[in-house]
Design a binder for this molecule. Structure first.
Ligand SMILES: [Zn+2]
Length: 418
């Protein structure tokens, strides 16, 4: 296949075709990279604005600027009964394209201020929940006293860390698990009181070491007595991350980071099976092109999430999870969706199509309620219409993203994917 966007060649395998057939979608026309860029145009991860909640007038820290055409509500107002997403419902017009009509709906339906919940003194962040006293932490849950960190979970006192789980008192680290008092380190597990470690496990009081397991008082991979090590550490002046990077080059590297994987390609995977080109994920089964997810079964083209309950039979979604099943072309379809295609910012709903900001909905199209049989008929007619217009099987275009245009983050890619 030739990518419709970048014109490079990409492969569609018989297994891919079996998956597309299971999802009842046509094969993609964009290559996986272009598909991902188009999806991520719908993500504002970390650009924050001060504005007023359109419902209460209260000042909020928000992922949308003040001048959006759609209202933005704080969490309490958004989940209250003071407004209804159904009141924005409209008929489908077969003389227009689906994306045109969806774009019109996007301009008016209220949106939630961000995707963070149940935080205390941690309003400067996004995609982060159950945090206390945190600042500028993104994709981070259950942390305390963390700053400027990304993908951190159940951690305390972190600064400048990415992908840290159950860690404490660490700074400038990437991909660390159960570490304590660690600095400038990467790919470490159960290490403590150390600096400049790479791919170490169970090490304590080490400095500038690579590929060590259960070692103590090692300096640049050499063993010293406790006293000698203390002297060595005191004598270190100006050892920089650049110095360590040069030292690391002398050592072999694992071909993949992660444990207990079977028949997988990608990196930073744990407990995954039969998954291809997946990254920073755990507990995947039969997945392809999945990034930053946990517990996904039968998923292709997924950026972020899954959550404890996971998701199954999901395709081309940005942020899908928590018990969702049979969901495709979804943006922030974060919880409890079943049979939901082309939906945005919806949760806990079943049999919905082309809906925005709906909660606890059933049999709705463009936010309008139908009977089960009318829903089924109209959905089939809309899919046939979208097949004729070439829209069915494509994710939402980047140019109708709520982050496109003034104040958005994606002006640089505004000209593509239209
Ligand atoms: Zn492409």
């Amino acid at each position: 296949m030739i990518c419709k966007n970048c014109t490079t060649q990409f492969e569609i395998t018989p297994q891919d075709l079996a998956f597309y057939s299971k999802m009842q979608v046509p094969p993609p026309t964009f290559c996986s990279s272009c598909r991902q860029m188009r999806r991520l145009a719908w993500r504002n991860e970390r650009k924050l604005y001060k504005r007023k909640c359109s419902g209460t007038g209260k000042e909020i820290i928000c992922i949308y600027p003040e001048d959006t055409s759609f209202p933005v509500y704080d969490h309490e107002y958004f989940f209250s009964d003071k407004w209804s997403a159904l009141s924005y419902g409209r008929d489908f017009d077969f003389n227009r394209t689906f994306f045109d009509q969806f774009s019109d709906l996007l301009k008016v339906v209220p949106r939630i201020l961000n995707y963070s919940f149940a935080n205390e003194n941690a309003e400067y962040g996004n995609l982060a929940s159950w945090n206390k006293n945190c600042y500028m932490c993104f994709e981070a849950d259950n942390n305390r006293d963390c700053f400027c960190s990304y993908y951190t979970y159940r951690s305390v006192d972190l600064i400048d860390c990415n992908y840290a789980v159950e860690c404490e008192l660490c700074n400038d680290c990437v991909d660390i698990f159960k570490c304590y008092n660690l600095g400038h380190s990467q790919d470490c597990k159960n290490c403590s009181d150390s600096k400049f470690l790479k791919n170490c496990t169970g090490c304590k009081s080490c400095f500038g070491c690579v590929n060590l397991i259960n070692k103590e008082f090692h300096f640049l991979n050499e063993k010293y007595s406790k006293e000698e090590y203390s002297e060595k550490i005191k004598s270190v002046k100006d050892f920089s991350i650049e110095d360590f990077s040069e030292f690391v080059k002398k050592f072999p590297h694992k071909f993949i980071n992660g444990d207990n994987n079977e028949n997988c390609t990608g990196n930073y995977l744990n407990h995954c099976q039969n998954s291809t080109f997946c990254f920073d994920s755990s507990n995947l089964r039969d997945c392809k092109f999945v990034f930053n997810c946990e517990k996904i079964k039968d998923g292709y083209d997924i950026d972020t999430y899954g959550g404890i309950e996971g998701a199954e039979l999901v395709y081309e979604c940005h942020s899908v999870g928590r018990g969702s099943f049979n969901v495709a072309f979804g943006n922030n379809v974060y919880q409890g969706l079943t049979n939901a295609f082309y939906c945005d910012n919806c949760a806990n709903s079943k049999d919905i199509f082309g809906c925005i900001s709906m909660q606890h909905a059933k049999f709705c199209i463009l936010n309008k309620q139908y009977s089960p049989s009318d829903y089924k008929d109209l959905r089939a007619r809309i899919v046939a219409h979208m097949q004729r217009t070439g829209e069915y099987g494509e994710f939402f275009p980047a140019n109708i993203s709520p982050f496109n245009g003034d104040g958005g983050n994606f002006n640089s890619i505004k000209s593509i994917f239209i």
